[in-house]
Design a protein around this ligand. Structure first.
Ligand code: BGC
Length: 756
């Protein structure tokens, strides 16, 4: 027999009183509009098209866009920018379609609009969520000035496989910092008031688990336990929902055998019912159609599947537009299901204020005033410098004196095209500052001799694949031998060598997976030859992912990891190389020694047979490599040194609803002022499902003058102790917890407390 509690009855009663579940929060203007709409017009709102001009990542670019807008068959466009161009499209919708419904105007503003910031993986290494929020705010100011009202960002996919090219677009491997950054970015884009003319809808993507594609191959299968999903991969998407993200984009991959775009459990049960998401869900580029290739049926079947699963908008593929009406006629879906999806799209338009004024983002004066301002570029320079991670600094080679005699070499030392990084379609690489220019700006008194030294790669076939969006790898007319010889001549004339090496922009990003993530051989040869000169060598390493650099790391060199630094690249690199800014970045993704260690991340579990320091048979280890990574999560050096002492907890026992404070003293014991990211890791010693050995649960970035010391306190909340158990309940379990605090995920100062 089913028993209803008093509360349950009240809920059922209220549902009976209000025949539609949306009744309480419904927007009268939207309901009135829906009442006037034909089935075709409702389906039209679910159609997102691109007239071209952006990056066509799928099979098609939309055709007959103009006629479709006028016929009320388009809910939104993307890949169009500029108030004047967008006005033409908006006027077609508002003046020519029967119901005059304005369009959503989307765009991929992934790391800045025209003011391009570093790739997101780089920015995440700043561990500075306030600054990251500011970058998103600036991106929104610029994008909305150019007519955009909907942004396909933040990308919050957890990635633990650096072979996957899109690791560049997210915040790395960890759900805790990933969630903090997801929130910061949504807040930055959406601002305080979504109807303001300088805020836009954010779209958290790619829901879900896209970063876990098998073997790091893009778009590949994902098969994961619910426990792993909920504990490790879903938190950043959920965090975005918690701060009110207005839209969600599905991912290309399947989950439990059903692609995310048609996965009812994911979109309906988890996202809407469990997390309370009330916005709209858009597919990824042709991901509805792609379910046919996945083996789930013809276009009509997969479109039905997607709509029933809870997808509201179909990006580019026009499966909804071309099949939903037929499916209604055949009784496969109901008009009410289409109305629900349409309502969600219209509500977003209403909240943006488009019904009040469809042209609210279309002020032709704004681009000049708001885009690429001095202040925005200044922030780009600042965040770039803060994203750099000093991986090694043999003999304190860095920072350089500003009057040094420098051989500036390497295929990325004077490259403009490779500074912005992947997924910067709204940026303009011609505006980027090269490293050479940055050196001249920051250290005009330096004597610089430039030589390219090597091609990014000597492999023509590889270069062709990288150059689909323009020349990123330019194979020089000079032979590799001549390039190298010129570099050695430059080196001989100089006191110190700075080699700018690594990946071209398009060597990471979408559909840019690599099985070998080392520095290409052409550049390795250059590095070896430079090191052999015996002169001090600083490697400035650019890449969109962690690389495998065991050989280079063993050389007596300095290595500054700068990712792809954005429009102010060269200035920021020079700021750090010459010591105007002391590097403070910390890795947000573990750097493996070799690809055989992948997937690799800090929050691993123990096995029943943990590796021992000395080789022993029948232990969980490799015959040919240690288990430990080359560089751990959270790692990053400074020109100064920090010492940690005196880790204390303010309680030794707590109840389930209590907080606990961990404090540690950090002292700047070196010769420079500097910033340090103090990190806190937690270990749940015994619990009902196997615990990770440690997990990031707190961090604070502090500035310390040389000689200064500070006590840093991080509070753990009751939720920080919780996890999803086998019954998928979010709980904490009584027992001992260990707290580790320090400079990276290997930190070993430790204290324990008991949870009652
Ligand atoms: C990408 C998305 C992007 C979309 C629209 C897709 O290929 O996966 O991240 O938002 O294209 O450009």
């Amino acid at each position: 027999m089913i028993k209803y509690s008093g509360m349950g009855l009240a809920i059922i009663f209220s549902l009976l009183m209000v025949p539609f579940a949306y009744g309480q929060n419904s927007i009268p203007e939207v309901e009135a509009l829906l009442a006037k709409m034909t089935l075709e017009e409702k389906i039209g709102q679910l159609n997102l098209l691109t007239p071209g001009g952006g990056i066509a990542t799928g099979a098609v670019v939309s055709k007959n866009v103009e006629q479709k807008i006028k016929a009320g068959q388009v809910g939104g466009l993307f890949g169009v920018s500029g108030p004047d161009r967008i006005r033409i499209a908006q006027e077609m919708a508002v003046n020519h379609s029967r119901l005059k419904i304005p369009l959503l105007i989307g765009s991929d503003v992934i790391h800045g609009y025209k003011t391009t910031f570093p790739i997101p993986l780089g920015t995440s290494c700043s561990w500075d969520t306030e600054l990251i929020q500011r970058t998103a705010r600036i991106a929104a100011i610029e994008a909305t000035a150019d007519g955009i009202n909907w942004n396909f960002s933040p990308m919050v996919d957890i990635a633990r496989d650096p072979r996957w090219g899109r690791i560049a677009e997210g915040a790395g491997e960890d759900p805790f910092i990933g969630s903090a950054i997801a929130k910061a970015m949504v807040k930055g884009y959406q601002g305080e008031d979504i109807s303001a003319a300088n805020t836009m809808l954010a779209c958290v993507k790619h829901f879900a688990l896209y970063g876990a594609s098998e073997a790091g191959r893009d778009y590949h299968t994902v098969d994961m336990s619910r426990i792993k999903m909920f504990n490790q991969y879903l938190p950043p998407y959920k965090a975005a929902v918690e701060v009110g993200v207005f839209s969600v984009m599905t991912s290309f991959n399947d989950i439990d055998g059903v692609p995310a775009t048609g996965n009812k459990w994911l979109l309906n049960d988890v996202l809407r019912n469990q997390w309370g998401f009330t916005g709209f869900v858009v597919s990824d580029y042709t991901s509805v159609n792609e379910m046919t290739a996945h083996g789930l049926g013809d276009l009509q079947s997969v479109s039905t599947l997607a709509l029933k699963a809870g997808l509201d908008m179909d990006m580019v593929g026009e499966g909804f537009l071309s099949t939903l009406k037929k499916s209604v006629a055949e009784g496969k879906i109901t008009e009410a299901e289409i109305t629900t999806a349409c309502r969600r799209v219209l509500e977003a338009k209403y909240k943006l204020g488009l019904f009040d004024d469809p042209y609210r983002y279309l002020d032709s004066n704004r681009p000049k005033e708001s885009i690429l301002t001095k202040e925005h570029r200044q922030t780009a320079r600042q965040v770039a410098a803060k994203s750099f991670v000093l991986l090694k600094n043999h003999n304190d080679i860095l920072p350089l004196k500003k009057d040094s005699k420098i051989a500036l070499v390497g295929p990325l030392a004077d490259s403009r095209k490779n500074m912005l990084g992947t997924w910067a379609p709204t940026g303009d690489s011609d505006l980027a500052i090269t490293v050479m220019e940055g050196f001249k700006n920051v250290a005009p008194e330096a004597e610089i001799t430039y030589a390219k030294g090597a091609n990014i790669s000597d492999n023509n076939e590889f270069a062709k694949k990288i150059n689909v969006f323009g020349p990123r790898i330019e194979i020089d007319r000079k032979s590799p031998e001549k390039l190298l010889k010129d570099a050695l001549i430059a080196a001989n004339k100089s006191d110190v060598i700075v080699a700018v090496v690594g990946e071209a922009t398009e060597m990471s990003g979408e559909a840019a997976s690599r099985t070998d993530i080392s520095i290409p051989e052409s550049q390795k040869k250059l590095i070896r030859a430079l090191v052999a000169t015996g002169k001090p060598v600083a490697l400035v390493l650019m890449s969109g992912r962690p690389l495998t650099i065991p050989e280079e790391f063993d050389f007596p060199v300095a290595i500054l990891q700068v990712w792809h630094p954005g429009v102010e690249a060269g200035n920021a690199v020079a700021d750090v190389v010459f010591g105007d800014y002391n590097p403070s970045g910390k890795l947000t993704a573990t750097w493996p020694r070799n690809v055989g260690q992948i997937p690799i991340y800090h929050s691993v579990k123990n096995t029943g047979r943990p590796a021992s320091p000395k080789f022993e048979k029948f232990k969980s280890n490799y015959l040919d490599s240690p288990n430990t990574p080359l560089l751990p999560f959270g790692y990053g050096l400074s020109y100064t040194s920090f010492e940690y002492s005196n880790l204390t907890l303010n309680k030794t026992k707590i109840n389930q609803d209590e907080t606990i404070n961990a404090s540690i003293t950090v002292a700047n014991t070196g010769n420079y002022d500097g910033e340090e990211v103090v990190q806190l890791y937690l270990r749940d010693v015994v619990r009902s499902i196997t615990p990770p050995m440690r997990q990031l649960k707190g961090f604070k970035k502090v500035f310390l003058k040389k000689g200064e010391q500070k006590t840093v306190t991080i509070q753990l909340s009751p939720d920080d102790l919780k996890f999803y158990n086998s019954a998928m309940e979010f709980v904490s379990e009584p027992g001992e917890f260990e707290v580790f605090m320090g400079t990276d995920s290997n930190c070993n100062l430790k204290q324990s407390f008991i949870l009652n």
